[in-house]
Design a protein around this ligand. Structure first.
Ligand code: SF4
Ligand code: SF4
Length: 359
């Protein structure tokens, strides 16, 4: 075995990642808090409504995907959930640069899942890795869900169908529906969430690895990313530490470049490697490695610049007035707000630019 030649600054990537995760969790908690206040004040027309935080649309990925596809087909920016589309674009751009970096650097569900896994590791002294014969079929579940979604949205819905859905009463209050889903959980919801939390104690990132269709989309996009974990064969001592810590169970010590769709650029492998320059993030094997602090800076900048661009160009706040929200929230239990309520596409004679759109 070759001798280590240089010790890297310990856990630098993990400290930076934790700082970004913490900031993002705090941002999400603030958005959640403001959104609850918005909901409560909208229930009573006598109280001046608290402004709705547009960032809540980051939790509506399906509506965001439809808005994006509608825009790509028609060139029309639909304005019911504009911030959702902007956030989706930011996350896709991030994946085009650093694979599924959003999952390990920003996603609050990823953060929760990771920490439940860490807690499980303390309890059982280890996390469990499923055998390959079970792991592969389970991992394909998230791609099946993504495939179904893409088939419906991209191949079965025309631009008119998309517009009918985006303008529908359900879509207009989809964020409020999501809040009520968690605030008034059914027994099934409680069982499913508890089950996922328990499974995450044993298998790290259970939800992210096997079930999250958003992660599947980012994993697919990340296949085109130039920046990958790259192992320098000449420096590597084959100690295997990188593979041991990888939360995505990637055999980092056996490959020259990590191509796996499961890599989240979490940098755990880079941090644990005892040899300087044996493991780095690189755009090409012959290029210089990207330092963790630069990875963090680029990830954060992509998010801030994209969302900032949306805000500055006026494509952030939606077109629904506080009065309309108040009316819809008060009647939200009516059948027209069910997701499976039929939505008629607009009549051919109706204007191409509906009230909820800008061109
Ligand atoms: S290969 Fe490295 S960066 Fe990618 S998920 Fe595994 S530990 Fe994280
Ligand atoms: S790249 Fe992996 S196997 Fe090689 S020295 Fe670093 S931690 Fe050990």
């Amino acid at each position: 075995m070759k001798k280590p030649i240089e010790r890297l600054k310990p856990k630098q990537g993990q400290h930076l990642r934790l700082a970004v995760q913490a900031a993002f969790v705090l941002l999400c908690l603030w958005i959640g808090w403001e959104f609850i206040r918005f909901y409560q004040t909208s229930l009573d027309p006598a109280i001046p409504p608290t402004p709705r935080p547009p960032g809540v649309e980051g939790f509506l990925p399906i509506s965001a995907l439809m808005t994006l596809w509608y825009f790509l087909q028609t060139g029309i920016l639909h304005t019911v959930h504009p911030a959702g589309m902007v956030i989706l674009v930011a996350i896709i751009l991030m994946s085009l640069v650093f694979k599924k970096a959003f999952c390990s650097w920003m996603c609050p569900v990823g953060f929760l899942s990771e920490n439940i896994g860490e807690f499980g590791k303390k309890l059982f002294k280890r996390n469990f890795v499923l055998p390959v014969w079970l792991d592969i079929p389970l991992r394909s579940l998230k791609y099946l869900m993504l495939g179904f979604l893409i088939m419906v949205v991209f191949f079965q819905m025309s631009a008119q169908d998309l517009r009918a859905f985006l303008d529908s009463p359900y879509n207009k209050v989809a964020d409020v529906k999501m809040l009520l889903f968690f605030a008034r959980p059914s027994a099934t919801t409680i069982y499913v969430i508890t089950g996922l939390a328990v499974l995450s104690l044993f298998v790290k990132n259970f939800w992210c690895r096997f079930l999250c269709p958003y992660g599947a989309l980012l994993g697919f996009v990340g296949l085109f990313s130039p920046f990958r974990i790259t192992r320098n064969d000449d420096a590597c001592t084959d100690c295997g530490k990188c593979a041991k810590v990888c939360p995505s169970a990637i055999k980092v010590d056996k490959v020259k470049r990590v191509w796996s769709d499961e890599c989240t650029t979490c940098l755990e492998c880079v941090d644990v490697c005892p040899v300087g320059h044996a493991l780095e993030v690189k755009a090409h094997r012959k290029f210089k490695g990207v330092k963790p602090v630069l990875v963090m800076t680029i990830v954060v900048l992509i998010f801030l610049l994209t969302t900032g661009f949306g805000m500055l160009t006026g494509y952030w706040n939606n077109s629904i007035t506080p009065e309309e929200y108040s009316r819809r929230i008060q009647e939200i239990d009516k059948p027209i707000y069910d997701h499976n309520y039929g939505y008629a596409p607009p009549e051919p004679s109706s204007p191409q630019t509906a009230p909820g759109e800008i061109q």
